[in-house]
Design a protein around this ligand. Structure first.
Ligand SMILES: [Zn+2]
Length: 60
């Protein structure tokens, strides 16, 4: 199971987005929103947002 590179929510197989950067790094996103925020705006997910999606409540 892969996790969203932005909000670390687990992404179900067959859903979400895979973005390959020019340097070969692969990013997985659960949604278009997360892709835009991370790649286009360079925003960091808030701790609150990450904690809400983290199963154990831990920060990755
Ligand atoms: Zn996400």
């Amino acid at each position: 199971m892969v996790k969203c590179s932005y909000c670390i929510k687990e992404i179900e197989r067959g859903t979400g987005l895979i973005y390959v950067k020019k340097n070969g790094a692969i990013r997985h996103y659960c949604s278009d929103r997360c892709y835009k925020f991370n790649e286009l705006y360079g925003k960091k997910a808030s701790k609150k947002e990450i904690a809400a999606n983290s199963p154990a409540g831990t920060l990755a």
